[in-house]
Design a protein around this ligand. Structure first.
Ligand code: KG4
Ligand code: ZN
Length: 340
């Protein structure tokens, strides 16, 4: 018979996403964002995010179905992000997913948000090779992972950040530079007119005694703030483009250096870069350059699949269904600080 249609729902942060996947293929998806509502606060406000999910949950499911040319009754399984993320935000998506699964009498699967980011790439480039190294870089995460079979094997954490996430670093420095929120895209745009060698920002955690796969970005944030403050104190205008280009160069250098080292060290031939920061033009360019030099295949999903969405959660659900994984009970809880 026909392969099952899996609905995925994502609501861990400020994006409400719904996606439909069958047999590893994306049938349709829709995303609503409350980003604009958080802009004047300079970061995601949990209460506002949760309320926006209540507003958007049903409409995004309806839109995803319309895009796929399907109706509610065509859904054979529901997958939902149970964590990590903002607890109030997660609760809205999980409650919606339970309602749909219960009313349709179909199984429910709980999905780890990072597994979703990893699986996003399969919707564009097909099944992931086993093993592969995955660099997840977003506003909340900076992790290097060793991934085997997503549906069966636990994901191995090679390293994480000790403090700020890479996206958080972009967002915070952008604020100091007077650039709009979210900072990542703004820094990327500003950097186009700047010189990446203008400011010698540090390359944290790249010393001989530092762990090769552990990141740290709070020192970079402090260095950028000090650089900006120095200009202000001296009454000089801030060369924002140079600062943005130099910051971006430092972040891209550290991220790609460690990711490629992880591949070489573990004899892995494929690097996957996912998460919102994978959209960064310099991260992409440097990853391409260094992977090519090391003979490593690089996979980066398209922008719309890099940031939070429901399709990536449906992609994991689809893998779980096809692997015969056990569904979650309908009283499954959220896990805001879920480990991998
Ligand atoms: O994956 P994502 O949508 O949400 C999570 O954090 O899970 O990632 C959002 C992050 C934000 O910090 C944003 O500033 C960053 O990704 N980002 C970028 C770019 N586009 C988005 N950072 C650098 N350059 C970009 N072009
Ligand atoms: Zn995310």
């Amino acid at each position: 018979g026909r392969s099952p249609v899996v609905l995925g729902i994502e609501s861990s942060c400020d994006e409400t996403g719904a996606g439909l996947v069958r047999d590893g293929r994306l049938l349709g998806h829709a995303v609503a964002s409350s980003m604009d509502e958080h802009a004047r606060f300079g970061g995601v406000v949990p209460e506002i995010a949760a309320r926006a999910h209540v507003h958007a949950a049903t409409p995004v499911v309806r839109q995803a179905l319309a895009e796929a040319g399907l109706s509610l009754g065509d859904i054979d399984a529901v997958a939902v992000t149970t964590g990590p993320g903002l607890s109030g935000a997660l609760q809205v998506g999980v409650a919606a997913a339970k309602g749909i699964a219960y009313s349709l009498g179909v199984p429910l699967y709980g999905v780890h948000h990072l597994a979703g980011h990893v699986a996003a790439d399969t919707l564009e480039h097909g099944p992931l090779p086993d093993p592969c190294v995955v660099l997840i870089v977003s506003g909340g995460h900076t992790s290097l992972l060793l991934v085997r079979d997503l549906a069966r094997d636990p994901i191995v954490h090679l390293g994480d950040t000790l403090d700020d996430a890479a996206g958080e670093c972009f967002d915070k420095v952008a604020r100091v530079f007077g650039l709009p929120y979210p900072g990542g895209p703004a820094v990327d745009r500003a950097a186009r007119d700047g010189d990446p060698r203008a400011v010698a920002f540090p390359r944290p955690m790249t010393g001989p005694r530092d762990d090769p796969y552990t990141f740290s970005f709070s020192g970079l944030k402090t260095a950028a703030a000090r650089w900006a403050e120095g200009h202000r104190a001296a009454g000089r205008p801030l060369p924002v483009a140079d600062g943005a280009a130099s910051l971006q160069e430092a972040v891209a250098d550290v991220l790609t250096r460690k990711a490629v080292a992880a591949c070489v060290e573990h004899g892995v031939g494929t690097l996957v870069v996912v998460g919102g920061v994978a959209a960064n033009s310099r991260v992409r360019a440097l990853a391409e350059e260094r992977c090519a030099a090391a003979g490593i295949a690089l996979r980066v999903p398209p922008l719309r699949l890099c940031t939070d969405n429901g399709a990536m959660i449906a992609a994991v659900g689809d893998l779980l269904v096809r692997a015969g994984a056990r569904p979650a009970p309908l009283d499954v809880s959220i896990d805001p600080s879920a480990p991998l």
